[in-house]
Ligand binder design. Structure first.
Ligand code: IVH
Length: 736
């Protein structure tokens, strides 16, 4: 790899890591497994080692993650909370031992081996045995104060049991939810039609970061303690001693740990833990091997990110073999047909699995997976299980290659409309998928409604998969905004079950939805734009667009989007007309001269766009996004959506800060102006950063008055508000 390539790849990896950090730490909604995440970090670490010139202090390989969210007080840790280095093989674990042997000058090293709890790290402070504070890891040096929420944990004593008591001690541990509690909460959410949490860790993290402690108390959080931070005076000499001490103080500690001598015994303990970890109360994704002796720990020291005396060994994602009975097709909100493996139920990583994702048809072909096959499935972290491979040698006779188009008879399995092959851009590879062409397909409608209400969009909690599907199926909702027209009574009596076995939604849930949908009215343009599933407009793009337009009305005729498209056109033309163009080389000197001149003109036009409407425009808004946004709002469904919003009186505002001569000023219009129409004058005021108000008050900056001005003019005079005419208005606009 060339340095230039490496630099690009490093930047790319850092961006991917940052994105996934935010998903994991701040939103508690990771999209990739820990294994994949670690692979990204590893790849980055290797490149930085090969190209140290690109290594920076703020690289994610050099610092722990950041879990801080808004709304909590930040508190500094007395002693920094570090993270742990990960290893994935016996050889790497032995290398850890070899490093310590060299560092400490002896290979007679005692270790403890403990479960690595898959929860959320916290630091508890006790002063003279009294609990005073709980803080998340945050950035390592300072985190969020979650004391009130941690107080709701029943198994945590607020007062340490008597005995030798440090004046101040920081005790480190992990907050988690048991599998049973996780399932109870998710079942409750499913019944209420709310989005489900992907795994216990995310739910625990989401819970501890709730601002409402009463809500937190309703979920039974648990805690386990395993480490020390600042401690005055020192009270233990070994990790084994610490566990005993924590236990004597009445604190919950790890159920099982091993105190061993040498790396062979440590490796054996890791294997034992792997065998019994599914019986533990908490999710365990690895083992932590720690030097037992505290003096040796101190001697080994730490880097900025992790101690040298401890290491995490991550267990491999578990796999199982089972039969593939059938492949069913799910239709998502964009109409993409996704194949799902229907499996003979099998126990994997502590739960029974009967379905797994097959991604797309290409992948089924690539892995040569056929109905009836024996397949190997994997559950990496807590994400949806996936089919890894098939075993063609054990294939039943006559099993044929899978053909998605034939399997669905060339039609959408939900609405029966035509399907078409389209290119889809995935993270790192592009693939081909089949797509239902009917925007009004019930599956797409339900998918869009569910998305509209999801936490990342308008957060109308309670309209998850089942409820959304029912509302669409019964014809209550076509487009997401129709949700506003569904009366409380209809929601209350909505039957989520069957005619024989009814299960009504209930008034409590229905009332929650009504409150949430009203609250969503006030959300900014960026949220609404994202919520409406405009093709190609993801969260980031929606944010950028929402910050550069003040309303849907402005977005529909967006000068910015038009400029983006115009620029793309000019750039293409310039490339084509360049005298040395490969596809269209100049034919004569005369041709060359003419085209050179033309290109200079095109350059100037491009520069004018860059300096004008495109100034400060982000790269996220490229020609593809611009075209699809414009097309969507000009299309029948797009226009229908806007009309419905208008009808509902929903007019979300962009978060633009326009700076102009009227920034911070409020103007009132009255009477007929000589040349400007009322709307034109309003547009000018908005474009100059001002607000247009309907009535005059002391806060009004100017009253713009024309012919036949009425009571507003009188009011202005009465309050001493400056009155201007059109000519004066235009002069102000021109900056005079
Ligand atoms: S000891 C100086 N022990 O895993 C760091 N950490 O990936 C000492 N964790 O930051 C950490 N179980 O939040 C330790 N038995 C255990 C653990 C454990 C889970 C967490 C901890 C740490 C993270 C690193």
């Amino acid at each position: 790899m060339t340095p230039v390539h490496a630099q690009q790849r490093i930047a790319d990896l850092r961006a991917q890591i940052a994105r996934n950090d935010a998903l994991y730490f701040k939103q508690a909604q990771p999209e990739i497994s820990d294994f994949e995440y670690d692979a990204l970090k590893r790849a980055l670490g290797e490149l930085e080692e090969e190209f140290p010139q690109f290594l920076t202090k703020d690289s994610p390989t050099q610092r722990p993650g950041d879990d801080r969210v808004q709304g909590f007080r930040e508190v500094a840790h007395r002693q920094k909370m570090l993270s742990l280095d990960n290893t994935y093989s016996e050889a790497e674990l032995r290398a850890f031992h070899a490093r310590l042997t060299k560092l400490l000058g002896t290979d007679d090293l005692g270790y403890t081996v403990e479960p690595k709890i898959d929860g959320l790290a916290v630091s508890l402070t006790y002063e003279n045995g009294q609990f005073v504070r709980a803080v998340t890891r945050g950035k390592g040096d300072r985190g969020d104060d979650v004391t009130a929420n941690v107080r709701t944990i029943h198994s945590l004593p607020m007062q340490l049991a008597k005995g030798e008591m440090p004046r101040i001690v920081e005790i480190r541990g992990e907050i988690y939810l048991t599998a049973a509690e996780f399932e109870r909460i998710n079942a409750e959410r499913a019944a209420a039609g709310e989005e489900l949490y992907a795994n216990p860790r995310n739910l625990a993290a989401g819970t501890i970061k709730q601002l409402d402690s009463a809500e937190v108390a309703r979920r039974k959080l648990e805690i386990v303690l395993y480490g020390l931070g600042y401690c005055e005076p020192a009270v233990v000499e070994s990790q084994t001693g610490l566990q005993k001490k924590l236990s004597a103080w009445g604190l919950p500690v790890v159920e099982k740990s091993w105190t061993v001598h040498g790396i062979d015994a440590a490796w054996a303990a890791v294997g034992e833990l792997d065998r019994l970890r599914h019986g533990l109360a908490y999710g365990t994704d690895g083992a932590v091997v720690k030097l037992d002796n505290v003096d040796q720990q101190r001697e080994a020291g730490a880097t900025d990110k992790a101690p040298r005396w401890a290491i995490a060994y991550k267990f491999k994602p578990e796999t199982a073999r089972t039969r593939l009975h059938a492949i069913t097709i799910q239709v998502g909100k964009t109409g993409i047909l996704s194949p799902v493996a229907e499996l003979e139920p099998v126990l994997l990583a502590g739960s029974t699995i009967s379905r797994a994702t097959l991604h797309n048809e290409d992948e089924i072909r690539r892995k040569d997976i056929r109905i009836g096959d024996l397949v190997e499935i994997e559950k990496a972290g807590e994400v949806i299980p996936a089919v890894l491979q098939s075993f063609p040698a054990e294939r039943p006779e006559g099993a044929r290659e899978y053909d998605l188009f034939a399997a669905v008879g060339g039609k959408c399995p939900v609405c029966g409309s035509k399907i078409a092959r389209i290119e889809v851009a995935a993270e790192d590879a592009t693939g081909v998928a089949w797509k239902c062409q009917n925007y009004d397909c019930e599956a797409q409608r339900a998918g869009r409604l569910g998305f509209f209400c999801s936490r990342r969009a308008l957060a109308i909690d309670g309209v998850g998969g089942v409820v959304a599907a029912k509302l669409v199926e019964l014809g209550h909702v076509q487009d997401p905004p129709d949700l506003y027209d569904v009366p409380l009574g209809t929601l209350t009596t909505l039957n989520l079950g069957t005619a024989e076995e009814p299960r009504v939604f209930g008034e409590k849930n229905a009332t929650k939805i009504v409150a949430a949908r009203e609250a969503a009215r006030g959300l900014p343009l960026e949220k609404w734009l994202y919520a409406l599933s405009v093709p190609d407009v993801g969260e980031t793009t929606a944010r950028e667009l929402g910050r550069r337009h003040r309303s849907f009305a402005e977005l529909v005729y967006s000068p910015l989007l038009r400029a983006v498209l115009k620029k793309a056109e000019l750039v293409a033309q310039r490339e084509w007309e360049a005298p040395a163009s490969r596809k269209n080389p100049a034919k004569s000197d005369e041709d060359k001269a003419r085209r050179k001149e033309l290109c200079t003109r095109l350059e100037a036009e491009i520069a004018a766009l860059d300096a004008g409407p495109l100034a400060g425009a982000p790269g996220d808004i490229g020609p593809a996004v611009a075209a699809s946004t414009q097309e969507f709002f000009a299309s029948v469904p797009g226009r229908r959506l806007l009309k419905k919003l208008q009808h509902l009186g929903i007019d979300p505002q962009g978060t633009v800060a326009v700076v102009g001569v009227f920034t911070g000023k409020s103007l009132v219009l009255t009477g007929t102006l000589p040349t400007l129409k009322r709307e034109e004058a309003e547009q000018e005021i908005l474009a100059a950063g001002g607000k247009v108000s309907g009535s005059v008050s002391k806060k009004t900056s100017y009253v713009l008055a024309g012919e036949e001005a009425g009571s507003k003019l009188d009011k202005a005079k009465e309050l001493g508000v400056p009155v201007i005419n059109e000519a004066e208005f235009l002069r102000l606009l021109a900056g005079g």
